[in-house]
Write a protein that binds this ligand. Structure first.
Ligand SMILES: Nc1ncnc2c1ncn2[C@@H]1O[C@H](COP(=O)(O)OP(=O)(O)OP(=O)(O)O)[C@@H](O)[C@H]1O
Length: 242
């Protein structure tokens, strides 16, 4: 049985329909990369899974429970954690204080401050620093650590590379590597196709709000994903699934 099932999801921003009839299942332990051009609807979809934005129709099933209209703070308690685009840390609070906020949902599990600091060693000397004084890479590590502190069943990562230098992105991904191979279920929005395909077990490409490609990462080439990305592989709206 799938861990999460997205069924016929439509999501709007006022009159604009950003997500159109999207359906897919996520199995436990999958690392799913969500790719697509700017404006394809990736962030809107991720925020709808997290409960930060309600869909106009469709279902977000976690096990048997439809969470489509359950707010984000309740979804965290059910095991869905979002690392939002732009990180959204409390800049006047320290790394440790931000991490502790992640634990406030009360989910039991293996993540603790010490474990986060082991996973992101660059945070160790910054533990008591206000996050507003941190580098971009340290802030991103704190944001990921805060989500992990809620002991999620599903971790949603929105553009962890955004605004970071290539070197820092390499470091963040190196730190994520253990997580990516540890059986944690992850949905990752990533602009960098090569990187997305190198870390994911499955790739979904969106175009103008729809899923146009859904494949195991090992069963698709970068060229095929690039074509889907630009709507060149076949008529837009037709879905390629294996
Ligand atoms: N708050 C908002 N209000 C109105 N329209 C929005 C809002 N957020 C997104 N949109 C629109 O919804 C569509 C999908 O945007 P979304 O951010 O989900 O795409 P994306 O694939 O994540 O793009 P990007 O890679 O640029 O972040 C776009 O046309 C965008 O302009």
């Amino acid at each position: 049985m799938s861990l999460l099932s997205i069924q016929n999801l439509d999501v709007r921003h006022g009159l604009l329909q950003a997500v159109r009839g999207v359906s897919f299942d996520i199995a436990r332990g999958e690392v799913l990369a969500l790719v697509g051009a700017n404006g394809a609807g990736k962030t809107t979809l991720l925020r709808s899974i997290a409960g930060a934005h309600f869909p106009s129709s469709g279902r977000v099933l976690l096990g048997d429970e439809d969470l489509a209209h359950v707010p984000s703070h309740k979804r965290i308690a059910k095991g869905i954690a979002l690392v939002p685009e732009g990180r959204r840390l409390f800049s006047q609070m320290t790394v440790e204080e931000n991490l502790l906020l992640g634990r406030s949902c009360g989910r039991k599990g293996e993540w603790s401050i010490d474990r986060v600091l082991d996973a992101f060693p660059n945070l160790k000397p910054r533990r008591h620093a206000k996050t507003g004084h941190l580098s971009g890479g340290e802030q991103q590590a704190t944001a990921i650590g805060r989500a992990l502190m809620s002991n999620p069943d599903i971790l949603l990562l929105d553009e962890v590379s955004l605004g970071l230098s290539p070197l820092v992105v390499d470091r963040v991904y190196a730190q994520l590597q253990e997580l990516l191979t540890s059986g944690t279920t992850i949905v990752l929005v990533e602009q960098d196709l090569a990187r997305a395909m190198s870390v994911a077990s499955r790739v979904i490409c969106m175009l103008e709000g729809r899923v146009v490609l859904d494949r195991a990462a090992a069963a698709v080439t970068r060229d095929e994903v690039t074509k889907a990305y630009f709507g060149l592989h076949r008529a837009a709206g037709e879905r390629s699934v294996s």
